[in-house]
Design a binder for this molecule. Structure first.
Ligand code: NAP
Length: 233
């Protein structure tokens, strides 16, 4: 089962934002791996103007492709790819009517090459990267800024995604979430995408520019095999 936002956690955060920063909030519980979540978000936001969409939710399911439940994989693709498209379409249209607004989509450096044992995740993140970079060009003319956050290793609870060993073989330098967020906000209106962090930039440049695609996929496959719990392979 893919995790989904718990209303109480959202309400707590909303309360904190209201008291500390004096901003009005509205929370909506939505499981973005479920196609029905998008009309629900639409209904819940009909009466307010959304100036900035941050479509950030995502999760991965490490392990051998054939061992995964295909229905669960389809939900993962909806969460990591289709939901970004649906939300960009929904709020992009409203922003374009006002000739202003911003959209940030979160992808991953896993988008830069195929990732065996995380196959659907890296494929979905590649979709989101290309979607956002295309919309950067399309929506600019309509006054809407779009950027893709191509995140690398970031110190969040994602570190503990089920199935990845604690001491994984992946060459990672974990970034602070606030530095990653700052990079994404600075990129909005300035670049179609941003990969924060020197190590992440280096790894993605090696993957994209120096290695043949099959070479990059093979290396990531070996790293993932060494990092994922044996029963998932
Ligand atoms: N951390 C990294 O190293 C890293 C690297 C590359 C890319 N990313 C990307 O960065 C984004 C944020 O991840 P994170 O690092 O902050 O990981 P995280 O701590 O696991 O947070 C994931 C977020 O997505 C939400 N989410 C998960 N499944 C959902 C669902 N079905 N419906 C609605 N919301 C859902 C979670 O809500 P709940 O907490 O309520 O479940 C949580 O807010 C993701 O798109 C991830 O793929 C992270």
């Amino acid at each position: 089962m893919i995790s989904h936002p718990v209303k109480e956690v959202l309400d707590e955060l909303a309360q904190e934002l209201e008291t500390q920063y004096g901003v009005s909030t509205r929370t909506v519980r939505a499981d973005l791996s479920d196609p029905e979540s998008i009309p629900a978000i639409d209904r819940a936001t009909q009466d307010i103007e959304i100036g900035l969409l941050v479509s950030n939710a995502g999760t991965g399911s490490p392990g051998a492709f054939l061992k995964h439940d295909p229905d669960q994989e389809a939900r993962l693709v909806h969460l990591n790819a289709t939901a970004h498209m649906r939300l960009s379409h929904l709020f992009g249209n409203k922003m374009s009517q006002r000739s202003r607004g911003g959209i940030i989509l979160t992808s991953s450096i896993g988008a830069y090459q195929a990732m065996p044992y995380m196959a659907s995740y890296s494929a979905a993140k590649a979709y989101t990267l290309n979607l956002g970079e295309a919309l950067y060009v399309e929506l600019k003319r309509q006054g809407v800024d779009v950027t893709v956050l191509v995140a690398g290793a970031t110190d969040t609870p994602a570190k503990n995604w089920g199935g990845v060993k604690e001491a994984s073989g992946l060459p990672l330098m974990w970034m602070k979430p606030e530095d990653v967020v700052e990079a994404a906000l600075n990129s909005l209106g300035n670049a179609p995408s941003i990969t924060p962090g020197a190590m992440n930039k280096l790894m993605s440049n090696i993957s994209r520019r120096l290695l043949p695609r099959i070479g990059a996929a093979s290396i990531f496959g070996r790293l993932m095999q060494a990092s994922v719990e044996a029963d998932l392979l």
